[in-house]
Ligand binder design. Structure first.
Ligand code: F6R
Length: 251
């Protein structure tokens, strides 16, 4: 794991975007996260597209997860969020049909999860990840299997509370179920870029980077992947025991 620490989330996001711009060869497969953390990276990718330095034209983008049962028009439906970030606002060259998301409205979400997993097949080239305050990646919550494939998951109270800010601050509006890539599915990515910013991420960051690989902190599975770069701001890095070494060797 390479751990890159910068003073601000914006500086770290710019570096992460540059890694993607330099490392992504079209036509390829980019794995994309939602939530607030990767939004500056998407802005940097759109700006690079506008300058002719990056394109997702002819490539596919693969969402990590989707809420089950969320209205098709809902702005927080992850498909809509990603269309807004990658196709709208000047875009990144990605065609709407080339954005792949699990079908949260399927009559049979279990089957929808299986179909999505089969479509991902050999995995994406670069996977962008955020990190939940409870250590989740995708919506693989604590104590989900470390070897799971794409599946229907139940969101914990912590995650629904964290995400209530996207739903008028009302936890009741946050769906309870999701379809999420499993940890084994995420691990098929050739390369992983994980971003975590702010004090609320300091504890999960310390566990997934320096703790044991365990179901309690699902992101810790990334310790078993040989190409992971973690981008942090100072706050998110603040509980790392080896912060000085990371700054010396990887920054
Ligand atoms: C989003 C996802 C989640 C988020 C995580 C952090 O597709 O799978 O793992 O990355 O909940 O969310 P933010 O970035 O809003 O703190």
């Amino acid at each position: 794991m390479r751990v890159i620490i910068r003073d601000t989330a914006d500086e770290a996001s710019r570096l992460a975007a540059q890694q993607i711009i330099d490392g992504f060869t079209p036509p390829g497969r980019l794995g994309v996260a939602t939530g607030s953390t990767p939004l500056p990276v998407y802005r940097y990718l759109r700006e690079a597209y506008a300058r002719g330095e990056f394109t997702l034209h002819g490539s596919t983008a693969w969402a990590l997860d989707e809420y089950v049962g969320i209205d098709e028009e809902h702005p927080e439906r992850y498909r809509n969020v990603l269309l807004h970030e990658l196709v709208g606002n000047g875009g990144t060259g990605l065609a709407a049909d080339d954005l792949k998301t699990p079908d949260g409205k399927a009559e049979d979400p279990v089957k929808a999860a299986r179909i999505y997993d089969e479509l991902i097949g050999p995995g994406v080239d670069i996977q962008i990840l955020g990190l939940g305050s409870n250590g989740h990646i995708g919506f693989n919550e604590p104590f989900d299997s470390l070897t799971s494939r794409t599946h229907v998951g139940l969101l914990t109270g912590t995650t629904r509370q964290d995400n209530a800010r996207f739903f008028d601050g009302d936890i009741e509006q946050v769906p309870e179920y999701c379809v999420t890539q499993g940890l084994a599915t995420i691990m098929t990515a050739k390369s992983v870029v994980l971003l975590a910013f702010g004090e609320r991420k300091a504890e999960p960051v310390a566990h997934i980077v320096e703790g044991a690989v365990s179901q309690r902190w699902p992101g810790s599975i990334l310790q078993l992947h040989d190409d992971v770069t973690v981008y942090l701001d100072e706050s998110a890095a603040s509980q790392l025991e080896f912060i000085d070494s990371f700054k010396k060797f990887h920054s």
